[in-house]
Design a protein around this ligand. Structure first.
Ligand SMILES: NC(=O)c1ccc[n+]([C@@H]2O[C@H](COP(=O)([O-])OP(=O)(O)OC[C@H]3O[C@@H](n4cnc5c(N)ncnc54)[C@H](OP(=O)(O)O)[C@@H]3O)[C@@H](O)[C@H]2O)c1
Length: 776
């Protein structure tokens, strides 16, 4: 008997914005001009489902069809006539189901292997409930094609038939348990002992950035803990029931829901694809919508990040091009079974045209050897895998993980230099690679360590019963796939194009040195010590002290200073503000007039010798671009006067003075970490500056909170903790070198020596700290 082909049916598609859904919509538009299509699309952000359809049609998959109908206007007119949007999600459908629907293709799903258990159940099992419940409520009787996955049968060996699953698990009970898991885990995460542990960890790591930041990091860690725990719930529940992961578990339960809720009385077909990858022919060879299941593994290999892999070399990697899946889905849609007799199809390659894992490896290795991905210096050399066995790879992985953790801990305790940062980079790259290998090992276990073969007899029978022309134009004959040709000429070029597109985005370094846009609504805020000045509060004090101490006090002061060093170190480790407050007590007895005199002479010159030329050059560039340049320091106004000519504004602290002598007490709290962030927010509000477009430069972990406020943060010669954060957030990181020539002057920031003038420079020194520290 000859099978049918879709003609003028009304097809309702869920998941139309996804990889498979887009390709189904394109095929319906381009090859089935009489059909009408309804798409379930959820709103996102400010976009409604209908808005998202408009954006969707701009995607590359539709390009050929749009050109074939005469351009965008003609295409829009056709879409207006043939396509409509049903607003809603898998939890709630908000507009009515079309009454005349003939076919439903339920493709929407989460395809992540390890989402939190409640999310996986909500989308995949709850989603099936919502869709079939809505169809029942609407009183319609379409043929439903339920898209599932070949891997739905769980951990097993041998041939998997195209038939209903045989398990007896109560999917409803599992659904309820999964949904209540979040409440239990949330409660667990809020226990005082758990919170205490999170706070202690956040304090140890971020204590210097201030109490609000500690709270934020502790809360973020709690949320992450909840997520990880729910992922673990999913993973373990899947494993304990005999499935590889929560994705395949929930897809199995979704099939059962479809059978019970819809298939018991209506027409139901279940279509199970294997691993779907780029198109073989249609809409064009190599079409793919972002990285799919096997692609992160392929790219990680191409990047040289996977030195070995625990796959079984002769296991079958079951890959299927997306256009074959779409053709199969539409063929199934046009050929429904009788009511209450669900039919099952597997669209896969493993039985008819098997691809062993070692052959896939040889293909990938050959491709990246001939077409290496570019590295910063030269090309990336890909490793040779020997497949030494799963246990051996696991053991070696565990050993290497322990080694990099140890190296990271040691490096974090060493003083920060360019060398330690480079070593940390190397350790982190190694750690990232191991992390990926660990994640891939767990995620892909089911796909590269299995001895499963999916039967596709029924699928092939359907293919061969299609009219000859349809078999040719819209077929899904996996036997015709030449794997070498497919990978070398179609799939690998498609996925590496995506990575090269990523790689061609400007690097952090390139962004940092890009021309600054001219505008007057932004600020460029510079920290002083370590960022503009290669010096710290202790060195500044010693310079002033050396210029003013009477000979009779030298020995006493030096001894006292040496005895106090540990106290300062401890305070600095705990809190930058505490350190400043403690250390500034040393200024007790210094005369204001004497400091001013020194700032104009020896101390001023010494400070300018320590100014970083790259910093002053950058300040001048910001000024030239019209940005308001601000120097902010935890130091006191009396010592920063040499920098006044370089900035539009200098914000420094001040000390309490009695009869022209410093008492050793600060006049107001130090402007560091969160106090500085509060000041910056207030300053921008008051003066109308746009922080999201502004610039910030800082060197230490204590600068993190205020740097986060600006759209263009730069870590300058950063300490290890700021460096790590900057790397994670892809901030600019720069190494500004010490001076080897005389200091520049502000109007010509490259050559002239710095003027140490009698009077104060042109920038006002402001003391806004009291306001800032009161948490404006
Ligand atoms: N990709 C594969 O290798 C593969 C292999 C075997 C089987 N499958 C099956 O094929 C089907 C399609 O997969 P795919 O690769 O196209 O996935 P995809 O690209 O991730 O697309 C998923 C689709 O589901 C929609 N969706 C997810 N959660 C939703 C919700 N709560 N409400 C409404 N829509 C929701 C998404 O809409 P938004 O755009 O709104 O997020 C998107 O349209 C799935 O059933 C999957 O299990 C896929």
């Amino acid at each position: 008997m000859t099978a049918h082909r879709l003609t003028d049916e009304h097809v309702f598609v869920t998941g139309g914005t996804g990889f498979v859904g887009q390709a189904i919509l394109e095929r319906l538009l381009s090859s089935h001009p009489e059909t009408r299509v309804s798409l379930l699309i959820r709103g996102k952000g400010s976009q409604t489902g209908a808005d998202r359809l408009t954006s969707l049609l701009r995607k590359p998959v539709f390009k050929g069809w749009i050109a074939s109908v005469g351009g965008e206007d003609a295409a829009a007119a056709i879409v207006a006539k043939r396509v409509s949007v049903v607003e809603g999600s898998l939890s709630r459908i908000t507009s009515p189901i079309p009454k005349d629907v003939d076919v439903v293709i339920h493709s929407a799903s989460t395809v992540s292997f390890d989402p939190p258990i409640d999310e996986a159940f909500d989308t995949n099992v709850g989603g099936a409930r919502t869709i079939y419940g809505a169809l029942l409520d609407a009183g319609v009787d379409p043929h439903v094609v339920h898209i599932s996955t070949c891997y739905v049968g769980g951990i097993r060996k041998g041939i998997v038939p195209e038939a209903s699953l045989t398990h007896e698990v109560d999917w409803r009970a599992e659904y309820e348990a999964a949904r209540s898991a979040r409440e239990r885990v949330e409660l667990e995460s809020r226990r005082p002992e758990a919170l205490r542990e999170q706070i202690a960890k956040a304090k140890a790591r971020h204590g210097k950035t201030g109490p609000q930041a500690v709270a934020q990091f502790a809360e973020a860690a709690r949320t992450e803990w909840v997520r990880e725990r729910l992922v673990d719930y999913g993973r373990m529940r899947a494993e304990s029931l005999g499935w590889t992961d929560v994705y395949t578990l929930t897809k199995a339960f979704a099939e059962r829901a479809a059978e019970e809720l819809w298939g018991a009385e209506h027409r139901l077909s279940v279509l199970r694809p294997s691993i779907i990858e780029s198109a073989l022919h249609h809409p064009f060879p190599g079409w793919i919508d972002g990285f799919k299941v096997a692609d992160p593994l392929i790219i990680a290999y191409g990047r040289g990040q996977l030195q070995e892999f625990p796959g079984i070399p002769d296991s079958i990697l079951d890959v299927i091009p997306v256009d074959l899946v779409v053709n199969a889905a539409l063929a199934v849609a046009a050929n429904p079974p009788a009511p209450a007799t669900p039919q099952y199809f597997q669209i896969c390659s493993g039985k008819t045209n098997p691809l062993p894992f070692h052959r896939m490896y040889e293909n990938v290795n050959g491709y990246f050897t001939r077409n290496p991905l570019p590295a910063e210096k030269g090309d990336i050399q890909v490793p040779s895998w020997k497949f030494p066995g799963i246990q051996k790879v696991e053991r070696s992985l565990r050993k290497r993980e322990r080694r990099v953790d140890r190296a990271e801990r040691i490096l974090e305790r060493l003083p920060t230099t360019k060398r330690t940062r480079r070593m940390l980079d190397e350790v982190r790259t190694g750690k990232h690679g191991l992390g990926q290998l660990r994640a891939f090992t767990e995620l892909y276990r089911a796909y590269v360590q299995t001895e499963i073969i999916f039967d596709d007899t029924r699928m092939r029978e359907l293919l061969h019963s299609l009219p000859e022309q349809t078999q040719h134009d819209e077929g899904f004959d996996v036997a015709e796939i030449d794997w070498e040709h497919y990978f070398q000429n179609i799939h690998f070029p498609a996925v590496t194009t995506l990575t090269r597109a990523f790689a061609s985005r400007p690097t952090a370094k390139a962004r940092a040195t890009r021309m600054l846009p001219a505008r007057s609504d932004v600020v460029a805020v510079f920290d002083l010590e370590g960022t503009v000045l290669d010096s710290n509060l202790i060195k500044q004090y010693l310079l002033l002290w050396a210029g003013s101490v009477p000979r009779s006090r030298v020995a006493h002061d030096l001894a006292d200073f040496a005895l106090s060093l540990r106290k300062y170190q401890r305070a600095e480790r705990r809190d930058r503000g505490e350190f400043i407050r403690t250390f500034m007590r040393r200024y007790e007895g210094f005369k204001v007039a004497e400091i001013q005199r020194l700032a104009r002479s020896s101390f001023g010159r010494a400070m300018m010798r320590r100014a970083l030329p790259d910093a002053l050059r950058r300040v001048a560039e910001h000024r030239a671009a019209g940005h308001r340049t601000i120097l902010v320091t935890g130091s006191i106004d009396l010592t920063v006067t040499p920098f006044l000519p370089f900035f539009d504004e200098v914000i420094a602290g001040s000390m309490h003075v009695k009869d022209g002598v410093l008492t050793g007490y600060l006049a107001d709290p130090p402007l560091v970490d969160e106090a500085r962030a509060a000041w910056l927010r207030h300053y921008a509000d008051q003066h109308g500056y746009n922080l999201s477009q502004s610039y910030g430069y800082g060197d230490s972990h204590a600068d993190l909170v205020w740097l986060q406020l600006v759209g263009n943060p730069t870590a300058v010669n950063p300490d290890i903790h700021l460096y790590r954060h900057a790397q994670e957030k892809r901030w600019n990181v720069v190494d500004w070198k010490r001076r080897s020539a005389p200091a520049p002057n502000p109007s010509s920031p490259t050559s002239e020596p710095i003027p140490i003038t009698e009077g104060v420079g042109d920038a006002p020194v402001k003391q806004e700290r009291a306001a800032a520290s009161h948490g404006i």
